[in-house]
Design a protein around this ligand. Structure first.
Ligand SMILES: *Cc1c(COP(=O)(O)O)cnc(C)c1O
Length: 377
């Protein structure tokens, strides 16, 4: 099955009881038992729900995993995966991860005795150096947010497995349409499904797929025990959103390529971060390990004043947090998504006050470019 066919035909088709082509929304918390313990496979919706199940089978198949899991947000997915670790364990993690991931590790998991070292994983020797006797997992985001740094997943998986570590990859930016971390050696792949997978800025959710039955059992135990699950309505919105993932990603990337080239040639733009540009340090690696470069572009205009001018003048780029939906969004990572990272650390990473991040939507590229052109003038 080719990718655009797979997003339509993977998972569970419709409803066997009625012939409904769309998976129904099973808005129920509990299920009638014929006798004590005699069920049709469901007994309580925290433990399992047919609409959520359709979504979980779908993400399992799209990510080439052994099992899939749905959560109430990307952070719920990340936190539930981190709960596979024990107090005293150590984690090596990409340094410019999503701000919320940094915060939950630095402020919550640290308090529970799980420590972490943040390194630039795009240079594999940094991973090796950060591993200690207590390290139990390597956590990657690739491409990263907002600087689009690319880490070699296959190389990282070799290092992780030599040291007996679990390799966890946040695949939110690339999506299962472009990149399959489990095929490259990862043990767990996770998503903020709020972004490209949902694709319409109307649902907050998270998804995970795992590479082994053993991990599936352990993660199911956490999912059912902690209970950070999405409701059936949100699960249904994701199943619906995924159907157009292929069409959306193709259009998003076509637009992003044109916009990145336009920005790179613009005299007011100091620097453009987009893996699809040959000037990007991760370009060749991104081309090798993924089949597309995605729709996220960051660019530096040097100072806050220019940033504010651009923000006030764009019409088609909505100023908002989040990314990955049909409409184009614009944001200032230092003030918005990455505000929870202390300023000295932000400057160290390159997340300056002059940095703008675009989430390119599926509008006509010409309109988006004309909009940026007048905003920059
Ligand atoms: C948004 C995001 C998250 C967090 O997901 P939520 O759905 O907002 O909880 C995690 N990782 C990345 C890369 C994200 O963009």
């Amino acid at each position: 099955m080719r990718p655009k066919t797979q997003v339509i035909h993977a998972g569970i088709f419709g409803d066997e009881f009625t012939g409904s082509v769309s998976v129904p929304i099973y808005q129920t918390s509990t299920y009638k038992q014929e006798a004590v313990g005699k069920t049709k496979g469901y007994d309580y919706s925290r433990s399992g729900n047919p609409t959520r199940h359709a979504l979980e089978v779908l993400i399992q198949e799209l990510e080439h995993g052994k099992a899939g899991f749905a959560f109430g947000s990307g952070m719920a997915a990340i936190s539930s995966v981190l709960m596979l670790l024990n107090s005293g364990d150590h984690l090596v993690i990409t340094d410019d991860v999503y701000g919320g991931t940094f915060r939950v590790i630095d402020k919550v998991f640290k308090r529970l005795g799980i420590s972490a070292t943040f390194v630039d994983t795009s240079a594999p020797e940094n991973i090796e150096k950060a591993i200690t006797a207590k390290t139990k997992a390597l956590y990657l985001e690739t491409p990263t947010n907002p600087l689009l740094k690319v880490t070699d997943i296959r190389e990282a998986s070799k290092i992780a497995h030599q040291h007996g570590l679990l390799l966890i990859v946040d695949n939110t930016f690339a999506t299962p349409y472009w990149q399959h971390p489990l095929d490259l050696g990862a043990d767990i792949v996770l998503h903020s499904a709020t972004k490209y997978i949902g694709g319409h800025s109307d649902v907050v959710a998270g998804l995970v797929a795992v590479a082994s039955n053993e991990l599936a059992e352990r993660l199911y135990f956490v999912q059912n025990s902690v209970g950070a699950v999405p409701g059936p309505q949100d699960a249904w919105l994701l199943v619906r959103g995924i159907k157009t993932l292929g069409l959306r990603m193709e259009q998003v990337e076509k637009n992003a390529n044109q916009i990145a080239k336009f920005l790179e040639a613009h005299p007011k733009v100091k620097k453009v971060y987009y893996p699809g540009l040959e000037s990007h340090p991760g370009h060749n690696l991104a081309a090798k390990q993924a089949s597309g470069f995605g729709g996220m572009i960051s660019f530096d205009v040097g100072d806050e004043k220019t940033v504010n001018q651009i923000l006030s003048k764009t019409h088609f780029f909505t100023l908002a947090e989040s990314l990955g939906a049909v409409e184009s969004l614009i944001s200032v990572p230092a003030k918005m998504t990455h505000a929870s990272i202390p300023k000295p650390r932000r400057d160290e990473l390159g997340i300056t006050d002059g940095l703008i991040r675009l989430s390119v939507g599926i509008e006509d590229a010409e309109d988006l470019i004309e909009d940026l052109e007048q905003a920059l003038s």
